[in-house]
Design a protein around this ligand. Structure first.
Ligand code: FES
Ligand SMILES: [Fe+2]
Length: 435
């Protein structure tokens, strides 16, 4: 439980709010590269941290991310003409380059110096890993480009998608780092059900609820869900939370030492606030060795409930609040625990069902909510530190090689000892000094 005031701090992301200012200190995913496929192509609306923006790729391939509304009389530049290295407003022809500089005004005399004095808000961007990232903070604090492993590998080895959830960003983040729900919400009730979910006979569904262990780090924290399998040992899933909204986790298929299909050894999310009531959930998968085949991409999207048949235009899911997430009560009785089709849809349903911004002062947290408690604490601390002129954690470039891990370990073996080299294959974190 946190206070109502803390809840407000954590959930509001507009300019000038503590959390909004914290977020503005990081590079944030704004668009998939393919949304701006070609020079002089269609502009795209982007909503980030409560700001309405428009993105375009200019004639030279450079990306502009501008205030959506023309500074003349506030017409949407999304209607604009993307031509000759600039986006031109269709109302009176003011034209802006990718840096937000006005380069022409069709309603002004040719010798006017008004255009050179006119600028509009523009944010720097960088293209990495099939994603266009934006930096919306003070220029003097711009961090180095994000260096996540999934964003550095060839396109053949990663799979990146995004979908909108109609709830505050923190609800979605908390759903993602709450590993305890996975074996409950997502379980199937029969091994032969055609519906997607965690098989009811899988070891971690069969095991007891997990014990969570969390270690604070300089990038956020690492944490493990540990489920006792009795004499067989402990099933351990080890994750990373990277400030302010990244999760790196083992995929269901990524078992250490287990024979079977390779690939998809790491997955993760980024929960990027569009505004206080909507979040863009970014989803990535990374294969360390084999390329990810086209069919695997389709199967994976379908399994998560993000296949083409699950999506509306504009990255909204067909299953949503308006149709009660298409819950099927007879499937709920006999096939799957939730009666909602698709793992992603199940997450969306529970998180949206809380309302746009849940009142966390009314919660009753239990032991398995530990990772959530740590994330809130860290976010509040970081927001406070930025408000006081400090530097937030995780803006450096030392988290390039963070990997998740998953294993069944003998009773009594500390997961840190057993999995350390998996978690930090480049040796970027020292094992000394941790518990
Ligand atoms: S409103 Fe854009 S040029 Fe007038
Ligand atoms: Fe989930």
């Amino acid at each position: 439980m946190i206070s109502q005031a803390e809840n407000v701090t954590l959930t509001q992301v507009g300019a000038g709010t503590p959390m909004g200012e914290l977020m503005r200190r990081y590079w944030m995913p704004a668009l998939l590269s393919w949304e701006l496929a070609e020079p002089d192509g269609e502009p795209v609306r982007v909503k980030l941290l409560g700001e309405e923006l428009v993105a375009f790729r200019d004639t030279d391939g450079r990306i502009g991310l501008l205030d959506e509304f023309c500074p003349h009389r506030l017409v949407s530049l999304w209607l604009g003409r993307n031509e000759d290295c600039g986006l031109r407003c269709v109302y009176h022809g003011w034209k802006f380059d990718v840096d937000g500089q006005c380069v022409d005004m069709m309603n002004e005399p040719e010798d006017s110096d008004f255009p050179s004095k006119m600028t509009t808000t523009s944010y720097p961007t960088i293209e990495l890993g099939g994603v266009i990232w934006a930096y919306m903070g003070p220029k003097e604090h711009m961090p180095p480009p994000p260096k996540f492993e999934w964003a550095a590998v060839p396109a053949t080895h990663r799979h990146v998608t995004k979908n909108i959830q109609e709830c505050n960003w923190l609800q979605a983040l908390e759903g993602g780092i709450d590993s305890a729900h996975a074996t409950i919400l997502h379980r199937t009730l029969r091994v032969d059900t055609p519906h997607a979910g965690l098989r009811v006979d899988s070891p971690h569904v069969q095991g007891k609820p997990p014990e969570l262990e969390v270690d604070i780090t300089d990038y956020g924290y690492r944490y493990a869900g540990i489920r006792s399998l009795g004499d067989e040992g402990n099933h351990v899933r080890a994750y990373h939370f990277v400030m302010p909204f990244h999760q790196i986790r083992a995929s269901q298929r990524g078992y250490r030492g287990q024979a079977g299909p390779v690939g998809f050894l790491a997955s993760g999310h980024m929960w990027v606030p569009m505004d206080d009531h909507n979040v863009m959930v970014w989803n990535w998968d990374l294969s360390y060795d084999e390329p990810i085949e086209e069919q695997e991409r389709v199967d994976m999207d379908r399994g998560y409930g993000r296949g083409p048949e699950h999506m509306l235009t504009d990255f909204r899911t067909r299953v949503n609040r308006d149709n009660n997430w298409m819950i099927n009560r007879s499937v709920q009785k006999t096939e799957t625990f939730s009666g909602i089709d698709g793992v992603n849809a199940q997450d969306v349903a529970v998180q949206e069902s809380m309302g746009h911004i849940v009142d966390r002062s009314r919660e009753n947290l239990s032991r398995t909510d530990m990772a959530i408690i740590y994330a809130r604490r860290q976010l509040l601390q970081a927001a406070r530190s930025v408000a006081e002129g400090g530097t937030p954690p995780g803006v450096g470039d030392n988290y390039y090689m963070l990997r998740p891990s998953q294993a069944i370990l003998p009773v009594g073996v500390d997961w840190r000892d057993a999995l350390w080299d998996d978690l930090y294959p480049d040796g970027s974190q020292s094992r000394n000094g941790t518990k």
